[in-house]
Design a protein around this ligand. Sequence first.
Ligand code: SF4
Ligand code: SF4
Length: 314
Amino acid sequence: MDKEQVAAAILHKARAIGFSAAGFAPVSRCREETERLLNMIREHRHGEMVYMQQGLAARTDPRNLLPEAKTVLSAALPYTFPLERDEDAAKISRYAMVPDYHRELRARLGMLLDFIGNMYPGQVTGKVCVDSLPVFEKSWAEKARLGMTGKNTMLIVPGTGSFVFLGEIVLDIELPASAGLKENPCNGCDACLRSCPTGAILESGKLDARKCISYLTVELKRDFTPKESAMTGPWLFGCDICQEVCPHNTRQCSPSTARGLSPRKELTCITPEEILALTRSRFRILFAGTPIWRTGLKRLKRNARAVIENLKEC
Ligand code: SF4
Ligand code: SF4
């Protein structure tokens, strides 16, 4: 098989495993992305996410993760399930309702790496990257032509939308760069800018994390100030507003068929009052394996108190 055929076989396998899009990009230094991140840090828009300042060298160049790296394979795993919450349920971002997406994503990327390894017995080394390793995910997805980043800063995959988990395999073999149109997914739309309740999207593609409900409810470690508490509105964990209003998500997308990527039923009906009453053991039963587990019970209760106060004022 020549390289084009190998690439086509890998992409076919990626689809079979459940990825809605995958592609290849030659390894290069991420100069522009690094500059954008440094600007965000200089302007303090990253809030208190100190980890963003760490591992910058590794993030800037995948060869710092794998010295012989030649290609980055980027892949998008959709979680486009229909969601019906009970009326008084706490609002949890969709990605956090899926049990352990890291494990699901890593397992599928591992299967893909095994498939590649079988085509190049003993000749290929690959590094699977899922959140835990520092990589400019959206940027590699753009370079591998999976889609383009919208004004809401999310990667939009044509035909799938932005409810996708991104993962990468850094490979030490050369594969042909994926081609495709680099279309602006937004054109005249500004629905996300208009709909963000806190004005966190300052301008197209420019986010101030300090105003973003996702940052406040997921990343911020300390207690809320009164202003921050009010900003979180009805959201217990994360916020999907700027994605829910996006026409790429509201138009009919095929629901995710990937096993293990459905929302946990209990999380569609739990109320903020029930969160306040949770014991440690019940917290473990409900949230172990979800991103909420890493945030911890103390901060989840902080968020629940804010939601209860905010809903009283509605
Ligand atoms: S996640 Fe919510 S708060 Fe953050 S930018 Fe989007 S709409 Fe605004
Ligand atoms: S809501 Fe509109 S402007 Fe925002 S990302 Fe989607 S298409 Fe782009």
